[in-house]
Design a protein around this ligand. Structure first.
Ligand code: URA
Length: 236
């Protein structure tokens, strides 16, 4: 399907639609090597190479990023008082309409996906997809095999909420790995509280087969490769 050039560039986060029009009229945008003639020129995403001042523009409709979320930021698109994960985006990513896929608590760190694809977000979050999320929790107390068994049976939380079976791997110290297949509010904290091991700190390490890369520092983010995107739905 062909779409308007100015719409595609605005959606890619380049600038507002009116500024994009100015760029095109100034002859700074090329499509397949030739200067774009007008903002309403129609092109096929993917089939055309678009450049601004010689720099290639990613014209894909949907974009997928991973962030190593630091503690202290809200998983939200905006908040009147507090900083959100979108506040640390830079450049074009600020204007792409990205939003966090699900939520990590303000004090939780680690792997957070960002996208502008609502359907993708729903698929990742929905318990029906059965996508695993692995967390590393430091806790008060030493989680043991008895706790692991309670997790595997499917815990009932303090308010009566029934959880799906989950995996707790004790480490022999005041920490454990927890794998869940759903995303209830404060889920991991409430599950560990239910077995008397309140959480001191929490970090998400993976979503499906996608692991938080060791070299993605806290507060940094980058676009996912095709391969990484596939891993989310494979290798649970
Ligand atoms: N479970 C929690 O309790 N908090 C998170 O941020 C994620 C999972």
């Amino acid at each position: 399907m062909k779409e308007r050039l100015d719409k595609i560039l605005a959606g890619a986060g380049i600038s507002s639609r009116s500024d994009v029009k100015k760029l095109i009229r100034a002859g700074r945008v090329t499509v397949n090597g030739a200067a774009a003639q007008s903002p309403d020129m129609k092109i096929e995403r993917g089939a055309s190479t678009v450049r601004i001042d010689g720099a290639a523009v990613n014209t894909a409709r949907y974009r997928y990023f991973m962030m190593n979320k630091p503690s202290g930021l809200l998983s939200a698109t905006e908040d009147r008082k507090q900083r959100t994960v979108l506040d640390i985006l830079e450049g074009y990513e600020r204007n792409m309409g990205l939003f966090p896929v699900g939520r990590l608590d303000k004090d939780t760190e680690g792997l957070l996906l960002l996208t502008n694809d609502g359907e993708f977000s729903h698929r990742v979050i929905s318990p029906a997809s059965g996508i695993s999320k692995v967390y590393y929790a430091r806790v008060d107390g030493v989680p043991d095999e008895e706790d692991a068994e309670a997790f595997s049976r499917g815990l009932v939380l303090a308010d009566g909420t029934q959880c799906l079976p989950a995996v707790l791997e004790p480490t022999g110290s005041s920490a454990c790995f927890v794998t869940v297949y759903e995303g209830k509010y404060h889920q991991v904290k409430r599950m560990l509280a239910a077995v008397g091991k309140p959480v001191l700190s929490l970090k998400r390490l993976s979503i499906g087969g996608l692991k938080l890369p060791d070299d993605l520092e806290s507060g940094r983010y980058r676009e996912l490769s095709e391969d990484e995107l596939c891993k989310i739905f494979n290798g649970n």
